[in-house]
Design a binder for this molecule. Structure first.
Ligand SMILES: CC(C)=CCNc1ncnc2c1ncn2[C@@H]1O[C@H](COP(=O)(O)O)[C@@H](O)[C@H]1O
Length: 271
C-alpha cells in the first residue's frame, strides 16, 4: 500500500501522501497574490542587510588608499571648521588618498569638496534618516545605506585612517567606535586623528585624567588618538603610519620567505 502513495520532490525535500503541498515552489514564487507582511520580517531584513554589504563592497573594493573624515553635519560653509575640513580634504587628495565621508552636509561636505577641488576621489557613504536628505554635491561615488552598522563596516574596511573634526553625537560615536576597534586589536592598521585642540582638548584631558585615574582604560590607551590643528600634520601622521605599516608587512613577508627557504633547504638535504 505504502509504495503506491504519491511522492513529490521539492529540491532536496521529499513529500509523500497528505504532506504534499498544494502548490510548487515555483508557483509560489511567481504568484503575486497573498499577504505582503513578509517584507517586514527579520529573515527578509537579513537579505536586505546582505545586499547592502554586497553593494558597499562592490563600490569600494577598488578604491585605493583612503581616509575617512568625520565631523558635524551642522557646520555651515565659510566657518573655520568648514574651511579646516575643506583644507584637509584637499591635502589628503594631494597626498593621493581618496576621501570618504558620511556624505552629508557640514564637515562631511567640506572634506568632500576639498578633495574634489584638488582633483581627488571623493566618496560619500550616506545613511537613510527619518528626515529627507540627499548626498552632498561634492561626491564622485556614493552609496546610501539603510543600516548604520553596515555603513560603519565600510568606513573601517576601506580606510587607512580616521580624521575627526568637531561634531556632535554622531561624530563621538564614530570616534569611540574606531578607538575601541584599535584598542581591542580588531583593527591594527590605522591612526585616529582629532582635529581642533580647543574643541577636543577638554575630552582628551578628561580621558587622561578621569578615565586613566579611575583605571577604566590602560596607560597606553590615550595615545591611540593624535590631536592637532594643523592639516599638514594630519597628512604627515597618516603617511607615516602608512609607511610604518608597509614596513611591518614587508618585514613579516620577509620572515615568512626566510622560514620557507629554511624548510626547503632542510627538505632538500633530507631528500
Ligand atoms: C542637517 C543634519 C542634522 C543632517 C544629518 N545628516 C547626516 N548625513 C550623513 N551622515 C550623518 C548625518 N548626521 C550624522 N551623520 C554621521 O554622524 C556624523 C555627524 O554627526 P553629528 O553631526 O556629529 O551628530 C558624521 O560623520 C556622519 O557619519
Amino acid at each position: 500500500m505504502t509504495e503506491s502513495r504519491k511522492v513529490r520532490s521539492a529540491g532536496p525535500l521529499t513529500y509523500r501522501g497528505n504532506a504534499i503541498p498544494e502548490t510548487t515552489t515555483d508557483q509560489r514564487l511567481l504568484d503575486r497574490r497573498g499577504p505582503t507582511d513578509w517584507v517586514h520580517t527579520d529573515p527578509w531584513r537579513v537579505l536586505r542587510i546582505q545586499s547592502e554589504f554586497v553593494e558597499g563592497f562592490g563600490l569600494l573594493s577598488e578604491v585605493g588608499h583612503a581616509v575617512s573624515v568625520f565631523g558635524s553635519a551642522r557646520t555651515k560653509p565659510d566657518t573655520p571648521y568648514y574651511e579646516l575640513g575643506r583644507q584637509i580634504g584637499t591635502k589628503l587628495a594631494d597626498a593621493g588618498y581618496t576621501v570618504i565621508t558620511g556624505g552629508g552636509p557640514g564637515v562631511m561636505e567640506a572634506a568632500n569638496r576639498g578633495a574634489q577641488e584638488a582633483g581627488g576621489t571623493s566618496i560619500g557613504l550616506g545613511i537613510e534618516l527619518p528626515f529627507e536628505q540627499s548626498l552632498n554635491h561634492h561626491i564622485d561615488m556614493g552609496v546610501t545605506f539603510r543600516y548604520f552598522f553596515v555603513r560603519k563596516t565600510m568606513f573601517v574596511k576601506y580606510s587607512q585612517a580616521f580624521v575627526v573634526l568637531p561634531g556632535g553625537f554622531g561624530t563621538l560615536d564614530e570616534l569611540f567606535e574606531s578607538v575601541t576597534l584599535v584598542q581591542t586589536g580588531k583593527v591594527t592598521r590605522f591612526p585616529v586623528v582629532l582635529v581642533g585642540t580647543d574643541f577636543w582638548g577638554g575630552l582628551v584631558d578628561w580621558i587622561r585624567g578621569t578615565l586613566l585615574e579611575e583605571g577604566t582604560i590602560s596607560p597606553d590607551d590615550p595615545d591611540l588618538m593624535y590631536l592637532t590643528d594643523d592639516p599638514d600634520e594630519v597628512v604627515d601622521i597618516i603617511r607615516k603610519s602608512h609607511v610604518d605599516l608597509a614596513r611591518r608587512e614587508f618585514e613579516a613577508a620577509r620572515v615568512v620567505d626566510e622560514a620557507a627557504s629554511v624548510h626547503a633547504a632542510e627538505d632538500a638535504s633530507e631528500g
